[in-house]
Design a protein around this ligand. Structure first.
Ligand code: NAP
Length: 278
């Protein structure tokens, strides 16, 4: 089956890899180099996590937005620009490595990633009720940088078949991704419906997992990318999970502290990110 789809694909143990492909020799010969890049990228995510979490550098967008981080642009368009890069990077990496001839599992993973980013790029930003909100350009720039590397790296690894495959893990990953996406979108919907168009005030969100957590949307997103990693384990999918954790764990902590400071009546039993634990 694999051989029919991509003449040169072979399975060694559980690792699906490409032995020879005249269209992408550069990538085939440089698998080790790309894996090293992936590990360096994971270490940069760890450093970023430490800076955001332990030095409490609060990313200044959304409720934490500030005017002293230089030039700003529209919040909705900022989201659009920083997220569309993920789709462009992913598909560029996939197509230049001849990914259209890759096995079905790689294509399924591509579809899952793309579905998430269609929502995040084309739907979510334009549903935000506060159209006057701004975002610092420096945030958009840094997100463009990080999203382009994450997208391209994952596209290359999927296109080349540089991931492990195990059917039970793949199915468990798909389920986890689906559950995470449901939690993420349902929680985002609750937040987006707290205001009428033009309103800018904040309230305490209620219902669904907001009963237990301050940021169930971020919790759902972390579950999604854990599922993606299980579907197609590789240095690339691990690095994206590492970046997701590096951004969202400190952000969830910052949201929680912001709620406690802003609302005297904020329920003290709500946790930051993990129900009943933290
Ligand atoms: N993968 C990543 O690295 C990454 C990084 C960041 C975010 N994300 C994803 O992007 C989405 C948004 O996350 P976020 O933390 O930036 O946004 P957020 O604070 O959860 O806010 C989402 C939307 O709901 C509004 N909102 C939030 N809390 C509200 C409240 N208490 N009362 C009224 N309105 C409220 C916000 O308005 P304001 O804009 O006016 O605050 C915004 O329009 C999430 O799904 C998250 O998972 C992913």
């Amino acid at each position: 089956m694999l051989n029919e789809e991509r003449g040169s694909l072979k399975a060694s143990g559980n690792l699906v890899y490409n032995t020879l492909d005249k269209h992408s020799n550069f990538f085939v010969m440089n698998q080790q180099l790309f894996e090293i890049i992936g590990w360096i990228w994971i270490n940069i995510a760890l450093i970023t996590f430490c800076i955001l979490f332990f030095f409490k550098v609060v990313a200044p967008f959304g409720r934490h937005t500030r005017s002293d981080w230089g030039p700003v642009l529209s919040n909705s368009w900022g989201w659009f620009i920083m997220e569309i890069i993920s789709i462009i990077g992913l598909w560029s990496g996939f197509l230049i490595t001849g990914g259209m001839q890759s096995p079905l599992i790689a294509k399924v993973a591509m579809v899952f990633w793309t579905l998430h980013y269609i929502n995040r790029t084309f739907i979510f930003p334009f549903r935000m009720p506060n159209k006057k909100k701004k975002m610092p350009l420096v945030i958009v720039g840094s997100a463009v940088f990080f999203n382009s590397i994450n997208g391209t790296l994952n596209g290359i690894f999927l296109g080349q078949g540089w991931f492990y495959f195990s059917f039970p893990l793949f199915v468990a990953g798909m389920l986890l991704f689906g559950i995470g996406m449901y939690i993420n979108i349902k929680s985002d919907n609750i937040l987006l419906n707290l205001r009428k168009p033009g309103e800018t005030h904040y309230v305490i969100p209620k219902g669904f997992l907001f009963k237990y957590l301050s940021s169930p949307n971020l919790f759902g997103e972390i579950i999604e990318w854990t599922g993606f990693f299980l579907m197609v384990p590789s240095v690339a999918s691990l690095s994206f999970l590492a970046w997701t954790l590096a951004n969202l764990v400190p952000r969830a902590r910052d949201h929680h502290e912001w709620y406690l400071k802003t609302f005297k009546s904020y329920p003290l039993n709500k946790k930051i990110l993990i129900p009943k634990i933290w």
